[in-house]
Each structure stands twice: as structure tokens, then as C-alpha cells.
Design a protein around this ligand. Structure first.
Ligand code: GAL
Length: 439
């Protein structure tokens, strides 16, 4: 077969994404730490990847040497504001050092201001159920911005507000472990307000800032496309899970089933769409699942599944997600995409097939600015603890030793080449060659 390559535009951002609680370690002052101590997770985060102890340096070295020109990290609210009336300047200084560390390695930083974890003191006041939380979040954002603004102009206000609300208030797997749709709707509305106020706070401090949310897009298909009920439930679930937040940030309306809540301050509050994509579900109408809006989701029967069955390799869903994101008329940044795969048998093809779909979208001239793989090194996977390994580098949690997986080399070749070639696919995942470079 002749050699071929798919290239990306000059200046495309290639990086990995991480989140404070998942990598820092000893985040004792937030709700996730408490949730872990109460036995709700399979393991505890403990030292995590010990970034707070300084191991971010070696990990940033790895990323830079592997050709990555960007990194998305998050700051931990409970460290910066350990009590309602106290700011911790040392914590801010630590984040300044990390961001300087990226700059010194020639990497663009993207900073997420909220990635799932909340300060304990905030949760004692009701967390995002409380109507005062959006304003408190904006105060925290303003303070953090003042300290960090010289290091980046790329900001994510809230990571996956849809997953935060669903997992914490519908499924009950995240703290506070509630299963109550009404509360979930209040939390969602407050998250929209929090995003909107943060958006404005950021732009007040830094006019040239580019601000967005990172939304987890699930491709949701009717299991039986001929069934009107399956089609209805797919559309309904998708309308809430995928659309609610970015749409509210466009038009200031929170639309939930047949209800509309006006949040006028949210209109026009996204400069880009942050897209997290992992997989696609097939949904069947099921009256027994009111909490899931009457839909039972499953992967395709013949799906290419990850280690624990958490993710199906569905690259076509990624293209669909990009097309959806394009509908908002803003630039797109892929803020997360990846798979759990301890022995790296699946990740190379998952990565190559998703980059191929990304290129297809880029090739239509859709305004896609970068791609952040989840994740740089294995990190603490929330309620699933250390059972899922998403890193390009493997982590030995006991010794803190890192070991490179083959996918790290594949991704390095992609980053350095600013593209994906048939030679790379032949070398790392020949089984996907026909799909990516058909004869
Ligand atoms: C996302 C989340 C990340 C990471 C990833 C893999 O939903 O933003 O923090 O956990 O999933 O499970």
C-alpha cells in the first residue's frame, strides 16, 4: 500500500488533560476525599500522582519530550480557598509554578477552574444546590484569575457540568450521592449561573481570554431506529445530557423536558465549545427507569470494549460529536478523549481511529483548534479508583514509578508530525489500517 498521511493545520494544539483531584494527592479538604474515606469508592486517591509533591515536573518533561505542545490542568478550589474567608497564597503560587513549568517547556496551558471536586465548607452550605454558590464560585474564579492570568488565556469554567449533575444527583455515584431529579435540575441551573458569572469575571480580568465549558458528549442512538419510543428516548436523553449546558450558554435558557428556566445572564457566554468524547450508547425505551428518563443504555453487541467495559471504541460517534459541536458556531477544542486500557492492547487503535475522525472534521474546515488526550499518566478515576488506567504512561501507585506505554510513542509521533500516517498505523495498530487508510 502506498504511504499516506493526514495532516493538521499549523499551530494545532496537541496535549493531554488532567484534573487536580485525580493527580495532586492529599486533597484532604474537598468532598471527594471525604467520599473516599466514607467508603464510596473502590480505592482512595491518597498520593494520586503526587503532583502536589512536585512530580508534575517529571510528568511535564515526559509530555514535552513526547512532542506535546499543550496541557490542560485544573486548579483545586479547596486548596485556593480552604475556608470561606481565607485565600491560600501558597497554593496559588504552586499553580503559578506549574503554569510557568509549562511555559518553560514551550507548552500552551489550558486551565479548568472546576473539575468535579468542591470544598468541604461549600458542601456544608449545600454545594451547588445553594443559590449563593454561583456567586461564590465567581469570587474564587476572580481571585484565581488575578494570580494566573499571565500564564494563559484559555479557560474552562466547569468541567462536565452534565456529568457532575447526573452522577451526583441522579445516579448517586458521585458525592453527595443523591437520586433526585428535582434537585438535579436545581443543581444544573446553578451550574449554568456559575458558569455565566465566571465567564464574566474572567473577561473582566482578562479581556483577551477565551472561555468555555467542557461538555461530555455521549452519542446516544435508538437501539431500534424503527421504534418511535426508542427514538423519543434517544432524543430526550441527548437533549438534556448533551444540549442543555452549551445551549443555555448560547441563549440563556435552561430547557429540561417541557420546562424552560430563564437564566438571561448566561446568554452569549462561550467563546469555544470544549468537547469531551468517549463513547456511544444505544438506548431502549424502558418504563421501569424514570430516573433515566425511561431509557436503558447499552453498548453495541459487537462493541470493541475497554478493560472494564466502561468504554466502547466508537470513532464514528466522535465525528458526530464534532458535527454537533460545530452547530454552536464557535471554535471547538477537544478537551478530553481517551480509553482505559492497562496493557495498551486497545488504546493505539482507539487513538488512531479517533484522530482519523478528528482529521475528517478538520478537513471540512470546521474550526477545531486542538486535542487533549485523557490522560498523561494513570490517575485516580473517581468512584472507580485505580481500577481504570487512562494514562499514556502507566503509574505504579505504590512506588510512584512511571512506565511508558506504546501509545505514548504513537501519540508522540502524531504530535511531532502534526498528523497521522499509514506508517504509524501499521506500526502501532495494523488491525485498524483498513479502517483508517482504506485501499
Ligand atoms: C471524564 C472526566 C475525567 C475522567 C474521564 C475518564 O468524564 O472529566 O475526569 O475521569 O472522564 O473517565
Amino acid at each position: 500500500m502506498p504511504k499516506a498521511a493526514y495532516h493538521f493545520p499549523r499551530g494545532f494544539l496537541w496535549g493531554t488533560a488532567t484534573a487536580a483531584h485525580q493527580v495532586e494527592g492529599n486533597n484532604t479538604n474537598n468532598n471527594w476525599w471525604a467520599w473516599e474515606q466514607d467508603g464510596h469508592t473502590v480505592d482512595k486517591s491518597g498520593l494520586a500522582c503526587d503532583w502536589w509533591g512536585g512530580r508534575w515536573k517529571e510528568d511535564f518533561d515526559r509530555a514535552a519530550e513526547a512532542g506535546q505542545n499543550a496541557h490542560r490542568l485544573s486548579v483545586e478550589w479547596s486548596r485556593i480557598q480552604p475556608d470561606p474567608d481565607r485565600w491560600d497564597e501558597n497554593a496559588l503560587d504552586r499553580y503559578r509554578q506549574m503554569l510557568r513549568g509549562l511555559r518553560e517547556r514551550g507548552m500552551t496551558a489550558m486551565v479548568t477552574l472546576h473539575h468535579f471536586s468542591d470544598p468541604l465548607w461549600l458542601m456544608e452550605q449545600g454545594g451547588w444546590e445553594n443559590g449563593e454558590t454561583p456567586g461564590k464560585f465567581a469570587d474564587f474564579v476572580r481571585k484565581t484569575m488575578e494570580a494566573l492570568k499571565e500564564y494563559t488565556t484559555l479557560w474552562v469554567t466547569i468541567n462536565e457540568p452534565n456529568v457532575y449533575a447526573y452522577s451526583g444527583y441522579v445516579a448517586g455515584a458521585f458525592p453527595p450521592g443523591k437520586k433526585d431529579m428535582k434537585t438535579a435540575l436545581r443543581v444544573m441551573t446553578n451550574l449554568v449561573r456559575g458558569h455565566a458569572q465566571a465567564y464574566r469575571a474572567i473577561h473582566e480580568v482578562q479581556r483577551e481570554a477565551r472561555v468555555g465549558m467542557a461538555v461530555n458528549y455521549r452519542s446516544i442512538f435508538p437501539a431500534n431506529p424503527k421504534s418511535p419510543l426508542d427514538r423519543w428516548v434517544a432524543k430526550t436523553q441527548s437533549g438534556i445530557f448533551n444540549d442543555l449546558f452549551p445551549r443555555a450558554a448560547q441563549d440563556g435558557k435552561v430547557k429540561f423536558l417541557y420546562k424552560t428556566i430563564n437564566v438571561p445572564e448566561a446568554a452569549g457566554t462561550q467563546d469555544f465549545i470544549g468537547l469531551n468524547y468517549y463513547s456511544r450508547d444505544y438506548v431502549t425505551f424502558d418504563l421501569r427507569l424514570p430516573g433515566e428518563l425511561f431509557g436503558r443504555r447499552a453498548y453495541a453487541e459487537d462493541a470493541d470494549l475497554s478493560d472494564t467495559g466502561f468504554i466502547a471504541n466508537e470513532p464514528a460517534g466522535f465525528f458526530e460529536a464534532l458535527k454537533w459541536a460545530r452547530g454552536f458556531g464557535k471554535p471547538i477544542i477537544v478537551t478530553e478523549n481517551g480509553v482505559e486500557d492497562a496493557d495498551d492492547h486497545m488504546r493505539p487503535r482507539y487513538l488512531a481511529q479517533h484522530i482519523h475522525q478528528l482529521w475528517r472534521a478538520v478537513n471540512f474546515n470546521w474550526r477545531i483548534k486542538g486535542y487533549f488526550h485523557w490522560s498523561l499518566v494513570d490517575n485516580f478515576e473517581w468512584e472507580r479508583g485505580w481500577t481504570q488506567r487512562f494514562g499514556l504512561w502507566e503509574l505504579d501507585v505504590e512506588t510512584q514509578a512511571r512506565r511508558k506505554r506504546p501509545s505514548a510513542d504513537l501519540y508522540a509521533e502524531i504530535c511531532k508530525e502534526n498528523g497521522l500516517s499509514s506508517e504509524m498505523v501499521e506500526k502501532y495498530c495494523p488491525e485498524a489500517l483498513e479502517k483508517i487508510f482504506p485501499e
